[in-house]
Design a protein around this ligand. Sequence first.
Ligand SMILES: Cc1cc2nc3c(=O)[nH]c(=O)nc-3n(C[C@H](O)[C@H](O)[C@H](O)COP(=O)(O)O)c2cc1C
Length: 184
Amino acid sequence: MILVINGSPNKDSKTLSVAKEILKYSNEEIKYIDTYKLNVDSCDDCKYCHSKIGCVKRDDMDGIYDLLYKAHSLVISSPVYFGAMSDQTMKIINRFQRFFEQKFSLKNTNIPRFNNLIIVSTQGGINTAMFDGVKQTYKILNLLFNPDYSEIITIPSTDLEHPLDNVKVKKQIQKIQKKMITFQ
Ligand SMILES: Cc1cc2nc3c(=O)[nH]c(=O)nc-3n(C[C@H](O)[C@H](O)[C@H](O)COP(=O)(O)O)c2cc1C
């Protein structure tokens, strides 16, 4: 199963349109999580996971944790908000902290494993330095999950042009489609 975390509140999310295009030819089950429709509380650094496996909070993140263990591929689709992934996306990623502690502090490696980790991000403006935060988060997610294949696609200037109208973006999408590990 491929798990797609949709971090945009927009019904016609430009970012998600790119994620969907990447997965267009996949015959595998795809589950979409709309982060803006969920009740996920912020990680408040209670440090429970420093000594025990798991998270004390009980909310919609429980279902996401289950899906993360079931998924063989994770796609995170988020617009840039003030130089980072959107707030609802970051809420979910911050709740991955339990896996970070499990792996690196408790030395228990039974955390979700992904064949593919794909990050898709768009921003309205032309200044690509605004993707720096998203790229840093991508690096940390790689360190945490150590996927077999990972890729990040960052697309600026959505105020000027829809990402799927851009030839360079289409080529990047094709490259990812070819490289993604599939199971059919
Ligand atoms: C709260 C907020 C913050 C934003 N911050 C930035 C930003 O820092 N840089 C930028 O270029 N665009 C910024 N944008 C524009 C979005 O990144 C852009 O419209 C994005 O492509 C929307 O993607 P979506 O259609 O998938 O929601 C921001 C938009 C919102 C609503």
